[in-house]
Design a protein around this ligand. Sequence first.
Ligand code: ADP
Length: 645
Amino acid sequence: MFKKILIANRGEIACRVMRTARRMGIATVAVYSEADENALHVRSADEAVLVGPAPSRDSYLRIDRIVEACQRTRAEAVHPGYGFLSENHVFAEKLEQAGIVFIGPTPQAIAAMGDKIQAKKLAQAAGVSSVPGHLDVIPDAAAAVRIAREIGYPVMLKASAGGGGKGMRIARNDGEARDGFRATSAEARSSFGDDRVFLEKYIEEPRHIEIQVLGDAHGHVIYVGERECSIQRRHQKVFEEAPSPFLEEETRAAMGSQAVMLAKAVGYRSAGTVEFIVDQHRRFYFLEMNTRLQVEHPVTEMVTGLDLVEWMIRIAAGESLTLRQNDIRLDGAAIEARVYAEDPRRDFLPSSGRLVRYIEPRGDGVRVDAGVDEGAEIGLDYDPMMAKVTAHGATRAEARARLRAALDGFYIRGPRHNIAFLSAVLTTKRFAAGTLSTNFIAEEFPRGFAAVKPPRKLFDRIIAVAGLAQFIIAERDGGAAADWVVCSDADQHAVTVTRDDHVFRVAGQTIDTDWQPGEPLLHAKFGRNEAIFQVDRNGHSLTLTHGGVTLTVKVLRPRVAQLFARMPEKSPPDLSRMLLSPMPGLLVSIAVAEGQQVHIGDELAVVEAMKMMNVLRAERDGQVKVLRAQPGASLGVDQIILEFV
Ligand code: ADP
């Protein structure tokens, strides 16, 4: 076995690989960029080597520097994590040439699967069910239209070198095929430096289900169940779960054996993933193979009890995979949610800043894979994923309930994050029923997340807990009283609070808690149901967060509330009447005109920043008064784009 390995990655995956290495008694080397000097993955390693400045191409993507770091620290092998160099066959080759083991598949297998056209041809030849399509490079827009007609609309245009959800377009008619071809090849050229485009049938209402495979260097390959990753935003996964609520044993076995066939056809060793899309009739089609560890591997680990990283390391060290197909048992269900530094109320714009408070959730069956801790600086140089939360349960319903509780207990202050959005997704009836498709988010949140109205029952609970929290604060401050009024922006609720030790009666609810003022998390029992509320105090205001809902209230004595209701509002500059640029960038377009009525969720403008198009949407209904900037303008942070009436 290796004595020392280097992890050519950062963030949560670098930390996760190190955990297993440490358990196996293997020393670890981190690499880092100047931006990551104090990052968690650097502090988690036994040694760390600086490989360059913040931009990835100057640091985490520098093959020469990483090989050098191995030589300098005498690391015998490299785990690449996911992203960065993990699917770069040149990297694997260079390591091999330097006598360093790549903890992953052979360079040949990576290269064969790295190109979508080639991979699909290989899959077809190996007898793997593939999406009907045209597996040759399409020369021009006219050919795109001709081939699309042959296959039948709708079709999907794809960049052969594409990845990460980029370089893909649906076309439903000749016009869209023509324009889509041009747009996809232009995007492919600028993003991947390779403008080859192909075309395949678009599968309607598809589910994304992938098979985990494990193979050793001696030709033994097994499949380790599936993961369903149908909940996606812009073709990027947000939730993943195992097993899929859609598969029965027969389809699972059929997909599994095809995945194994494909892996064998390319001489696959290490952990890998064969991705399929599955239609509503459970017909499945090969999409691509990821020749690396996936972000969502924890759900597989939780239902199988395996450590996939451990197997990757053992296999790389030449050990045989001692597991047989029959040894793989799926126990219960696991669901993972990805926690991003992004603002779901502003079209998921990436957010940055220091993590001023960061408390991870705990609980039965809960696993957190994090790449940050309190005090970390979230920058815009890298992927905005901060952590993954995975919950396991005996049933899918239990896993879902545990994940909801875990999200309620995940307390993050500083950059904006998507936890409320994750809670809202989990709360939908459709998620509970497991009727997923890759259109889930578009269909369940048609006007974006800002337009979502939380259910009344949640509100009532939060109002009751606000009353309770204020009661406890007043008691400590020597102002105990039973009657309170919870005042929110919209309305006032009178609540009476009584206590018997740590059991409270509030607004008709019985709540058991031992919360103390100052604690960020309030654990409450409503009968047998436990719930966590996040509590923030700001002057006389209390902000409570629970179940994806954040509510700011003032809890006042009835007389004060009466006066308060009559008090004229002091009006600070009303920024809500303006659309501000959330980050420096280029104003690409404005979708509205002066005088136009807009509805919550409508597109207002597009700002390009960090090579991403960010759509700014209306956060409430209103009318546009005046445009303050023109397309083509370069915007500063908080610069006014337009004003509302
Ligand atoms: P990438 O390499 O960018 O991740 P994939 O080929 O894996 O691209 O596709 C990503 C997602 O795009 C899939 O999970 C699915 O949601 C959607 N998708 C891809 N191909 C099709 C198709 N032919 N029909 C319907 N949806 C598709």
